[in-house]
Design a binder for this molecule. Structure first.
Ligand code: EPZ
Length: 418
């Protein structure tokens, strides 16, 4: 087991570079395996979720090979295996994306149903409805989804709750379907657009990604292509929140302001100085911070993935803030740990009520999910004294080079084996 030992309370300053987006990289790896020809993905983050996805694709017969830092070459030429191994699939919900790949390429998919997750119940019924809309026959047996369709056929599908996963999975299945698919109420997240852009360079015909109606004209075959993954807006946002809390001045190079609009306007609303250029976003800490009421929403609203990091920043605002979580039903698990560091946070149903400013003090804390874990790291860096953050396996899923990036900003952080 490893822990992050943090001596907090130091002003952080400097710049770091945002990594490639994890939530784009996962479906992009799957998308690349839709073609027999090899594709090259660049700016791939090296985190454990990406490792798991590569292992699943290899188990299905696809080839994935590293070609230098951040570069992966993927080909679906050897894709023959329609059953995704349970041991790998159960480690990560995004592995359900292989269902769209297998249905599109092999006409058959047997994929373990992801169970509950540390941030809520997270079923996959909207993905399954998408496959059924394309003509697949789906049954749920012994914890697996079995889906079959000799050739999927395009149709209209209204995506419930504008689900990111269901939009991407149905898109992955529909690109090789016969005829035209229309996704209504599609997710508009930048990661959906990134996947559609890559599929189009592979020869797919997708229009409207980034809007709530996506039109996909099926094609017979895709070819290899090259694609550079967009910067990770959630990683970038996490470091900007950290800067607003502990800076000095913190610059995130490659952060795309237009993908972070809801966060940046929240930061400005509480009094943080934000400066944007075409290639970076910089924040400067100011005091006192004003309280804020925020509701998480699908993109372009405030992202649920930054709810926990923002909560930590709001512990320093002068007054009562509220954070309402509308996307996942279990995303306040970090709050108990945050309270142990001195934060004044109450959770009432779907809303965290935060009273500040609170003096945070270092403590041993345990991460129980990815973003809640990063929130604890941010709190520990701002807190006076020493903290030990355990549960790093959650944080490693989505923050590559965490210690090195924090050290580059002047943080006193050490990763130790215990
Ligand atoms: C994606 O999850 C991201 N994961 C999540 O990132 C992110 O929090 C989420 O989108 C929302 O932005 C990846 O991209 C790999 P949804 P996803 O389908 O696709 C319900 C992170 O920290 N729902 O948009 O699973 C669902 O329970 C993470 O990086 C169903 O009920 O999210 C949720 O309440 C975690 N049935 C809502 O819809 C379904 O079939 C939206 O979820 C699908 C979803």
């Amino acid at each position: 087991m490893e822990k992050l030992v943090i001596e907090g309370g130091r002003a952080l300053n400097g710049s770091i570079v945002a990594s490639g987006a994890k939530n784009s990289a996962l479906p992009l790896l799957v998308a690349a395996a839709l073609a027999e020809e090899e594709s090259l993905l660049e700016n791939v983050p090296h985190d454990t979720d990406v490792d798991v996805m590569c292992a699943i694709l290899k188990a299905l017969g696809a080839s994935v090979r590293a070609d230098g830092p951040g570069r992966l070459r993927v080909s679906g030429a050897g894709l023959t295996q329609a059953q995704a191994p349970y041991e790998l699939v159960r480690r990560m919900r995004a592995s359900f994306y292989v269902a769209g790949l297998l249905l599109g390429r092999l006409g058959r998919a047997v994929v373990a149903l992801p169970g509950g997750c540390s941030i809520g119940s997270r079923p996959v019924d909207y993905h399954i409805k998408g496959f059924e809309a394309l003509g697949a026959k789906v049954s749920l047996e012994h914890g697996f989804m079995k889906a079959e369709a000799p050739r999927l056929t395009g149709s209209k599908y209204y995506v419930s709750r504008a689900s990111v996963g269901a939009t991407i999975n149905t898109m992955l299945a529909a690109v090789l379907a016969k005829g035209t698919t229309i996704l209504e109420n599609a997710a508009r997240e930048p990661e959906v657009v990134d996947v559609a852009n890559f599929l189009n360079t592979m020869g797919a015909r997708i229009k409207g990604a980034g809007m709530d109606v996506i039109r996909i004209e099926g094609v017979k075959k895709l070819h290899g292509a090259e694609h550079e993954i967009i910067p990770d807006r959630i990683e970038a946002g996490s470091y900007l929140i950290l800067g607003a809390m502990t800076g000095g001045e913190v610059t995130v190079v490659n952060a795309m302001g237009e993908h972070l609009r809801a966060l940046l306007s929240s930061l400005e609303a509480i009094g943080v100085a934000v400066e944007e250029t075409t290639t970076a976003v910089r924040v400067k800490k100011k005091e006192p911070l004003a309280p804020l009421n925020v509701v998480t929403q699908p993109y372009p609203g405030f992202p649920t993935d930054l709810q926990a990091p923002l909560a930590v920043l709001l512990t320093q605002a002068d007054g009562v803030s509220t954070l309402r979580e509308t996307i996942f039903d279990g995303r306040f698990k970090y709050v108990d740990e945050l309270r142990r560091m001195g934060a004044d946070v109450k959770v009432e149903r779907d809303t965290a009520i935060i009273t500040g400013p609170a003096k945070l003090t270092g403590a041993p804390v345990e991460a129980t999910d990815l973003r809640g874990g990063m929130a604890l790291v941010i709190a520990a860096l701002a807190a006076e004294g020493r903290s030990e953050v355990s549960g790093l396996e959650h944080i490693d899923r989505g923050y590559e080079h965490l210690s090195a990036k924090l050290q580059a900003l002047g943080a006193k952080v050490e990763r130790i084996r215990v």
